[in-house]
Design a protein around this ligand. Structure first.
Ligand SMILES: Cc1ncc(C[n+]2csc(CCOP(=O)(O)OP(=O)(O)O)c2C)c(N)n1
Length: 309
């Protein structure tokens, strides 16, 4: 989590230089969901994500240079500099795809699970998506299909209470939590504190065990909060769609602060070690940025390569 936070905060700090010409959705504040779930996965398990994909990519083991080069639009990027921040992928470690089209990768993850089931492969397909996707038809079709075919899908809804500037309570029925809607499809489902990495990990392990033993999907709703603006590196307190009090409440429940306090109280690490790790991650990301800025942009002759006609 600390590595992801350090990488994202460094990218956010460098963003105003104007060299990263890609809309960028930061996961700052939401790291525990990505880390808790991905820690429960094997390399062969497939992960799909949406527009807010940095943390999922890094937690699944995605290559840092591939991500940074993608943000800087370089040919060495994981989407060859053509996809930007919302199209991170690293299939070699099971990070299959991310897409800014909301809900799209819910269906593709279900398709991958279908392929796993048809080929008798023992893997799980995971889809990370936001609470906004729950309002889309593709979400409901995918849930229904996964239940009917008993597919090995872990649906992970990162409920950060907002879709851009619209609060959840204005968009969805107040009295029916998202995980309860998943249960209505006959799916095993659980809500968890998405800022508590151990709780997320334990819930993901349980979900994956259920998927393997009972042969159907599992739904995890992780309650969390986005600290920065919807898209971009800034804080957006002045926008008027949420209060400073609410932001302060969630920042006090920072997943990294909570996990550090727990680790320190158990004697699992020392304050000096925490500082050292932070410095190591800082050095790693700065060196990576330095190595990327000298790399070539894609050649315009190849711009149509990789597109479908
Ligand atoms: C099909 C589709 N409709 C609308 C958009 C525009 N859009 C981009 S992000 C977003 C909100 C997403 O909210 P949520 O799914 O809760 O994820 P979060 O941004 O909170 O992580 C919207 C409406 C889109 N990218 N795709």
């Amino acid at each position: 989590m600390m590595r992801i936070r350090t990488i994202e905060e460094t990218i956010a700090a460098r963003y105003p230089e104007g060299e990263m010409r890609t809309p960028t959705h930061f996961s700052i504040g939401q790291e525990a969901t990505a880390v808790g779930v991905c820690a429960a996965l094997k390399t062969e398990d497939a992960v799909y994500s949406g527009h807010r994909c940095h943390a999922h990519y890094l937690a699944k083991g995605g290559n840092l240079l591939g991500m940074v080069a993608e943000l800087f639009g370089r040919e060495a990027g994981c989407a060859r500099g053509r996809g930007g921040s919302v199209h991170l992928n690293d299939p070699g470690v099971g990070m299959i795809a991310s897409s800014a089209i909301m809900g799209e990768t819910i269906a593709t993850a279900v398709g991958t699970a279908f392929a796993f089931a048809m080929d008798n492969r023992p893997h799980v397909s995971v889809t990370f998506f936001g609470d906004g996707c729950v309002e889309e038809g593709i979400f409901h079709e995918s849930m229904n299909f996964a239940v009917m075919r008993k597919l090995p899908v872990l649906f992970v809804c990162e409920n950060n209470l907002f879709s851009v500037h619209s609060p959840l309570y204005l968009r969805q029925p107040r009295d029916i939590p998202i995980y309860a809607r998943a249960q209505s499809y006959g799916m095993l489902a659980q809500q968890v504190d998405g800022n508590n990495v151990e709780a997320v990990y334990e819930a993901a392990v349980k979900g994956i065990n259920d998927i393997r033993k009972k042969g159907g999907p599992f739904f995890l709703e992780c309650m969390t909060y986005r600290w920065r603006e919807h898209v971009g590196p800034l804080f957006d307190t002045g926008q008027g769609y949420r209060t400073q009090k609410e932001i302060d409440h969630w920042m006090a429940r920072c997943p990294i602060k909570q996990a550090s306090e727990t680790a320190l109280s158990r004697g699992a690490c020392t304050p000096d070690q925490i500082k050292l790790w932070k410095n190591e991650y800082q050095t790693e990301v700065e060196k990576t940025i330095q190595s990327v800025v000298g790399l070539p942009f894609p050649d315009t002759k190849g711009l149509l390569e990789g597109t479908y006609s």
